[in-house]
Design a protein around this ligand. Structure first.
Ligand SMILES: Cc1cc2nc3c(=O)[nH]c(=O)nc-3n(C[C@H](O)[C@H](O)[C@H](O)COP(=O)(O)O)c2cc1C
Length: 201
């Protein structure tokens, strides 16, 4: 019999993730949707940086970035990524490992269009992860882009979303005396079924 109740209740991990994020939105000082995104380079060397989780879909997590950036290149070469969400205010974390594909269609266009004009132009101006001589050079690039593209820039072809479809999701909540609660969802097949296990802390 399952003893998964309270904050862990329910069988749909995306539903639980949405519920926890909603709680975190009320309690975190800022960026409750910040995730530490991990990739791996061609030599197997891991890499990690923060990005903002923009959507929790029915079966995937979506964030946006520059496809030519270091993370973009590493993700596309490996086809895989992992991330962790940690909320200090809730004493909880969610870990995800999964397969990655691009979101470069209508959803990416809509999200790009929803950003401030400065952010939209900044996405064009920044060759993310490439060496930059000075801040002045970057601001000159922003000015050039602004003059060229005007008030309605299209989404850059090198900028869009990545959709992470989990093979594993783990929910962790702080327990007394370090006896934390951990539950892992593992994809058993490509359709819908998950194997759910309680793990030792
Ligand atoms: C809280 C936070 C949120 C961030 N969100 C994003 C994001 O959504 N997309 C992005 O490309 N970079 C984001 N960044 C910047 C990345 O951490 C990173 O510096 C940048 O994407 C370049 O990483 P890369 O060289 O490994 O590709 C964020 C940084 C912080 C601290």
């Amino acid at each position: 019999m399952s003893d998964r109740t309270g904050i862990f209740a329910g069988d749909d991990p995306f539903e639980i993730a949405r519920r926890w994020l909603t709680e975190a939105e009320a309690s975190e000082v800022n960026d409750p949707n910040a995730i530490a995104l991990s990739t791996v380079d061609a030599g197997g060397m891991p890499n990690v940086r923060m990005v903002l989780l923009k959507e929790i879909e029915a079966d995937a997590f979506v964030f946006y970035t520059n496809y030519d950036s270091r993370k973009g290149q590493e993700i596309e070469a490996a086809g895989k990524a992992a991330f962790v969400l940690h909320w200090k205010s809730l004493h909880r974390q969610i870990r995800v490992r999964g397969l990655v594909s691009r979101e470069d269609g209508e959803k990416a266009d809509a999200y790009y269009a929803s950003r401030s004009l400065k952010s939209r132009l900044g996405a064009w101006a920044s060759q993310q992860s490439q060496p930059l001589g000075s801040r002045t050079e970057l601001m000159a690039e922003v000015a050039k882009t602004t003059a060229k593209l005007g008030p309605n820039p299209p989404r850059p072809p090198f900028w869009g979303g990545f959709r992470i479809r989990p093979t594993e999701i783990e929910f962790w909540a702080d327990g007394a005396f370090r006896l934390h609660d951990r539950f892992r969802w593992e994809r058993v097949d490509e359709k819908v079924s998950w194997k759910i296990s309680r793990l030792n802390p």
